[in-house]
Design a protein around this ligand. Structure first.
Ligand code: FCB
Length: 494
């Protein structure tokens, strides 16, 4: 059986059977704008068996951009356009994890991590759209996963952390609906190669980020600025998510499948009815656009004019079944809050969107990348998402962390007290959310190590570990990393 036949048999036979009625009763409240939180009680303890981990993504750490048969990705192309990336940085070498993954696994052990969220590079394992899988690329991930398992660390594999093959982008990229099938082809290749050793999968990382910044605002690869292409892209991604879910389930009976979303509290810029309505609208677009279709088959109302959904998204009859993905768990990434104001004349070419949202406009301290430090928002969004998705939905925190760019001292030690303070405050809010009923079972710090931070290049340091590219990629655990290791060992905030 070739890859296409395998996929057809998977999608044809079991597609309908996997649609679960479990989420049939989910509905949205009238308003989703956030109010301030008043309970600041300190909670430190995490539930027994809670999984402590760290996260990275292929393009941000692997390097080896053109080695062993890997094809070009949209990021390989994007970084080469002058002006796109701070200081002209690229991920060509990054942290060289393609060759140094054993060092990474050793670091995870030193940090007492029992889960590692990494991502798989599509162009590394399936370099051409209709060609054969790349055995050398797949071998890399087999070796990485084996090293993790040997170290007693659970692999959590993300299938798409933004590095689409350039060939697929040239065929139209995410705005082209057919790309959902190309993605399902790729997922079938990975599932067949790795599901003997990987049980936990995230299909997408932050679909809202790569569709908005990649196709609407042009700040991330592939750098397009076309609101309608963005809307089409969101729908293809939702189709791809449903298809990938069914592929994974069909290949492996033990697959536990989710996606990683990045919902954030939407704070109205003022108490006016208009700003509150804007915050509600932005919540639906940013926080629910990819999880709601997966769980219910429908887009959240109140964003686009209902009658224009087919033309704006390219919706076709039957899509409400195809987009469904009754997840086994949902991943949440959290960094900061958004402030939303009404824009009565409409915003940036999206019909019906009367809201503009921005980061970092609150009266709060900022991290070095300029994002508001807003720990209570972590409690707000985790409890709110849990209520919306239903208490039966397990949650994993798939990313959380902060950029603080402290340089090493004369002895090579990185003192980064602000990161410790940031993590401490956020973990307490997470512990409080769990105490109040949110079924969160894992936390992954972003990031294991300093890495290629997209348009910011290497200028922003999110790592628990410093990486010195000038000295043979030397990895040094920061003070925050040592602190995190103590938290993971104690299972409580120290
Ligand atoms: C998230 C991305 C991750 C990293 C952090 C800082 O949006 O998923 O790759 O860049 O932000």
């Amino acid at each position: 059986m070739d890859r296409r036949q395998l996929l057809e048999s998977i999608l044809g036979v079991s597609g309908a059977a996997l649609i679960s009625p479990a989420f049939a009763g989910l509905s949205l409240p009238a308003s989703l704008a956030s109010d301030p939180i008043n309970d600041h009680s300190l909670v430190s303890q995490f539930p027994k068996g809670f999984l402590w981990g760290a996260a990275t993504a292929a393009y941000q750490v692997e390097g080896g951009w053109n080695e062993d048969g890997k094809a070009e990705s949209v990021w390989d192309r994007f970084v080469r356009v002058s002006g796109n990336i701070k200081n002209g940085d690229t991920g060509d070498v990054a942290c060289d994890s393609y060759h140094r993954y054993r060092d990474d696994v050793a670091l995870l052990r030193q940090l007492n991590c029992r889960s590692y969220r990494f991502s798989i590079s599509w162009p590394r394992v399936l370099p051409t759209m209709h060609g054969a899988p790349n055995a050398k690329g797949l071998d890399y991930y087999k070796r990485l996963v084996d090293a993790l398992l040997e170290a007693g660390i659970r692999p959590l594999a993300t299938l798409y952390h933004w590095d689409m093959p350039q060939e697929v982008e040239d065929a139209g990229g995410w705005p082209n609906r057919d790309v959902a099938d190309r993605f399902a082809d790729y997922v079938a290749v990975v599932a067949r190669a790795l599901s003997d050793r990987v049980d936990h999968w995230c299909i997408f990382n932050e679909p809202k980020t790569f569709t908005q910044l990649g196709y609407w605002f042009g700040k991330f690869a592939p750098g397009r600025k076309d609101p309608l292409a963005f809307l089409r892209a969101t729908h293809t991604v939702n189709l791809a998510q449903g298809k990938a879910f069914r592929v994974l389930k069909s290949v492996s009976a033990k697959a536990q499948v989710g996606s990683a979303f990045d919902p954030a509290p939407m704070i109205p810029a003022s108490a006016s009815a208009e700003d509150r309505a804007a915050a509600d609208q932005w919540f639906r677009l940013n926080n629910l656009w990819h999880v709601w279709p997966a769980l219910t088959g429908a887009y959240p109302g109140g964003v686009l004019p209902e009658s224009e959904l087919p033309s704006l998204l390219g919706l076709q009859p039957g899509d409400e079944q195809l987009v469904r993905a009754p997840f086994d768990f949902v991943g949440l990434n959290y960094y900061t809050r958004w402030t939303v104001r009404a824009v009565p004349k409409g915003f940036q070419g999206i019909p019906g969107l009367m809201a503009d949202a921005q980061w970092a406009t609150g009266p709060h301290a900022k991290t070095d990348i300029g994002w508001d430090v807003y720990p209570e928002g972590f409690y707000d969004i985790v409890t709110r998402m849990s209520r919306l998705m239903g208490a039966q939905m397990p949650i994993e925190i798939t990313e959380s962390g902060a950029a603080y760019n402290n340089p090493p001292d004369a002895h090579g030690v990185v003192h980064d007290p602000q990161r410790i303070a940031y993590l401490r405050a956020h973990l307490r809010e997470l512990a409080r959310a769990i105490r109040d009923g949110a079924p969160v079972r894992a936390y992954h710090a972003w990031s294991l190590m300093d890495n290629f931070e997209w348009a910011e290049g290497y200028s922003q340091h999110f790592g628990l570990v410093a990486v010195d590219a000038a000295h043979g990629q030397r990895r040094t655990i920061k003070e925050s990393g040592r602190w995190y290791a103590r938290v993971a060992a104690a299972n409580r905030v120290v």
